[in-house]
Design a protein around this ligand. Structure first.
Ligand code: SF4
Length: 364
């Protein structure tokens, strides 16, 4: 059983980042010297700790925003000392931070090691030079490869983040990026469809018709293939789609693009649709009632957004009664009972079949 993690987020807003990525709206307040208010950071951590119920969940301090290792070393040290104190006295289990690939070197990693940081996430966004240039990222694919290798050599957990739908990208380039990331053997990945956010260069390009964002359907379709590829390679995708916040919402800072508050569920629901399609490819004679036994946490994905998968079963295959039996079983399989025959649907095999059909992996 996987252990849940409770995250205590500490925002380091845009300190340490002199860059102007096309999709980022924070460049106006860039500064490299952090103005760290130790007391308010400690207060934030203490107040989280006082409200988190004592369970066997792991607790984690995560530095979000900006590029952590781009901050001057003294300020990094100050921030790390705070987090390390809580780890040393056993109140938290892990320290996580995110940064840019070109801000990783021995000096910075020595410091992070000294303060017992656990997870380093790199904003990669793309492994295609033209897409990186179009997005004004200011780093190369080689920076990503070197930084990832060094992070792993130091024994940190490596996380990689990619975006889909950046200017000049396309389906082939997203798949290429995912395969390059897989080669770097990260433990975790995040996938973000590109959104047009207010006060960004991308907004300007969008307003003059120079950038067309992906539609929701297009981005879901791409993310299905990416998630299948990462899952097939046993890489844990911990997020798909930006987390909705007060400002990340329609009619707020999002001008255009494939935003959905439950983006991941759309993707996972469509993946179950693909699994059901595969079931009908090999099982033609189906009555109008089936029973499905599945891990209880997967039920909403099986059913799909607005029960779309149940509607699919009815409209396409005449199944008008689906009895879903949520159980405490592994997520590695689900079972379809049809005419008294219990058919095991092994997720790994289904993923392989899907990716093979799409030409994304080859049959051994
Ligand atoms: S590197 Fe990160 S923080 Fe800096 S401009 Fe780009 S997206 Fe924004």
């Amino acid at each position: 059983m996987s252990i849940k993690h409770h995250i205590i987020p500490i925002f380091v807003p845009h300190i340490g980042c002199p860059h102007d990525c096309i999709f980022c709206n924070q460049r106006k307040i860039a500064q490299s010297k952090a103005n760290i208010d130790d007391e308010s950071i400690r207060n934030t951590i203490d107040s989280y700790l006082s409200t988190i119920p004592i369970t066997n969940e792991k607790l984690e301090i995560a530095f979000f925003g900006g590029s952590f290792t781009g901050i001057d070393l003294d300020s990094q040290r100050k921030l790390l000392e705070i987090a390390y104190h809580y780890k040393k006295i056993g109140l938290i289990d892990r320290i996580r931070l995110s940064t840019r690939p070109d801000y990783i070197d021995n000096i910075r990693l020595d410091l992070l090691k000294k303060y017992d940081v656990d997870i380093i996430e790199l904003g990669v966004q793309s492994m295609c030079s033209d897409v990186l240039q179009n997005s004004y990222r200011g780093h190369t694919d080689i920076d990503v490869i070197n930084a990832s290798k060094l992070i792993k050599e130091y024994g940190f957990t490596l996380g990689l983040q990619m975006m889909v739908g950046l200017p000049g990208s396309n389906y082939e380039k997203e798949i290429f990026t995912a395969k390059q990331l897989i080669n770097l053997k990260p433990s975790i990945v995040r996938i973000y469809p590109t959104l047009v956010i207010k006060e960004t260069y991308l907004e300007k390009k969008y307003s003059i018709g120079d950038y067309v964002p992906l539609t929701l359907d297009e981005s879901v379709d791409i993310c299905i293939d990416l998630l299948m590829l990462f899952n097939y390679n046993n890489i844990n995708v911990i997020r798909i789609g930006l987390q909705p916040t007060d400002n990340i919402a329609e009619n707020k800072d999002i001008v255009a693009g494939p935003f959905h508050p439950a983006f991941r569920q759309l993707v996972e629901g469509q993946i179950y649709r693909e699994y059901l399609k595969m079931f009908f490819e090999s099982n033609q004679k189906i009555g109008n009632t089936i029973q499905i036994s599945i891990n209880q946490k997967e039920i909403s994905n099986l059913v799909g957004q607005s029960s779309s998968n149940l509607k699919y079963l009815k409209e396409k295959h005449g199944v008008d009664r689906v009895k879903i039996d949520g159980k405490d079983i592994s997520k590695k399989s689900f079972f379809i009972v049809n005419n008294e025959i219990n058919i095991e649907m092994k997720i790994k095999e289904l993923i392989k079949r899907y990716l093979t059909k799409k030409g994304l992996v080859t049959m051994d």
